[in-house]
Write a protein that binds this ligand. Structure first.
Ligand code: DP6
Length: 334
């Protein structure tokens, strides 16, 4: 029975909008830093029917909604289609049992689906290893079938979800650019609200196309932003990285806010934090940038030299929970 461990990632060039929602084939490339925590562990085993159980670190059970179970079932069906395509027809004969142990607090605004589906993809890799040896790119395809951003958490360090072209199940996949030893960055995560968000990413992606700003967003990522982000990272050019990451974050939220229906994930607290950290960056010349996903949570990514000051800032924000992470090694079998 394989057990895998994984973590969320911090998206720097954001994945928003699919060319195929069922297969989670994105419209544009995206990029992220894999975090070293909080972790998710998953055991899977062969079974006659699907059963999924999820536990908190203290051993108490997290009650899953029907739609969560359905998501695992859909993911299993898609994984079987993909394995069939690779010629491993009976690698997963009937179904599986899944046991999830998650240290990701519910609704903190860290993409737990990226940790869960990268983790289960690694566990599938272990489960089928006698019939078929899946490489990392193939494992990232399995992760993507459950959650687009999960394809990036397969890898340690800094990686992309490559959009690719066409409707092939494996036409989009993850790719690592540099590993976790490249740059010792920190991610200080400020959570102003732990209310569960009303519209999750899966429901949000299909609305992206309704924004009048979406085409320009895709064009900017495809022709410039993704490459600028990769270059800045490779050269450890923090200032360039800050400019392109914040530009992309603000652009994604502009698309969300101008979609039909509009998606307003940011709150007063988010705006206050981003304004104050920008002022602090300016006055103290701090290497720090902000980024937000589909919620009010603000991630402050900074270098080792800035971490003390950024930590102090984070803890001075009233009504916010604060979490910390560094660069992680990605999904692995344990
Ligand atoms: C805003 O990967 O969570 O966090 O495939 O439906 O699980 P699903 O979507 P998901 O979308 C991520 C959206 C984002 C940006 C990002 O992580 O790149």
């Amino acid at each position: 029975m394989p057990t895998a461990r994984s973590t969320p990632n911090s998206a720097w060039i954001k994945y928003w909008g699919n060319r195929n929602d069922v297969l989670r084939l994105p419209v544009a490339d995206s990029f992220s830093m894999t975090l070293d925590g909080p972790t998710v562990e998953i055991d899977i085993d062969h079974a006659d029917t699907l059963s999924v159980q999820s536990f908190n670190p203290d051993g108490s059970e997290r009650i899953l909604k029907d739609r969560d179970i359905q998501r695992f079932q859909k993911h299993l069906d898609l994984t079987k289609s993909y394995l069939n395509k690779l010629g491993a027809h009976d690698a997963i004969p009937a179904s599986i049992t899944v046991t999830v142990r998650s240290a990701i607090p519910a609704a903190v605004g860290l993409a737990s689906s990226s940790a869960v589906f990268s983790c289960i993809a690694r566990a599938y890799q272990g489960l089928v290893s006698q019939n078929l040896e899946l490489n990392d790119e193939q494992t990232s395809v399995i992760a993507r079938l459950g959650s687009g951003s999960a394809a990036r958490s397969i890898f340690g360090g800094f990686s992309a979800l490559i959009a690719g072209e066409g409707d092939g199940i494996d036409s989009s996949f993850g790719r690592q650019y540099v590993d976790e030893n490249h740059w010792q960055l920190h991610d200080i995560i400020l959570v102003p609200s732990t209310e569960e968000k009303k519209v999750g990413s899966t429901e949000g992606h299909p609305t992206a196309h309704t924004s009048p700003h979406y085409a320009a967003r895709v064009e900017a990522i495809t022709t410039r932003r993704q490459q600028e982000c990769i270059d800045a990272l490779i050269n450890r050019d923090f200032e360039r990285l800050q400019l392109v990451v914040e530009e992309d974050c603000n652009d994604m939220h502009k698309v969300m806010q101008t979609s039909n229906p509009p998606l307003n994930y940011l709150t007063e607290a988010t705006h206050r934090i981003t304004r104050e950290i920008s002022e602090l960056r300016h006055s103290k010349h701090l290497p720090v940038f902000y980024t937000m996903d589909a919620g009010p949570t603000v991630q402050l990514v900074c270098t080792e030299e800035a971490v003390e000051r950024v930590r102090e800032f984070a803890h001075s924000q009233e009504g916010c929970q604060v979490f910390e992470a560094k660069v992680g090694r990605g999904a692995h079998l344990i």
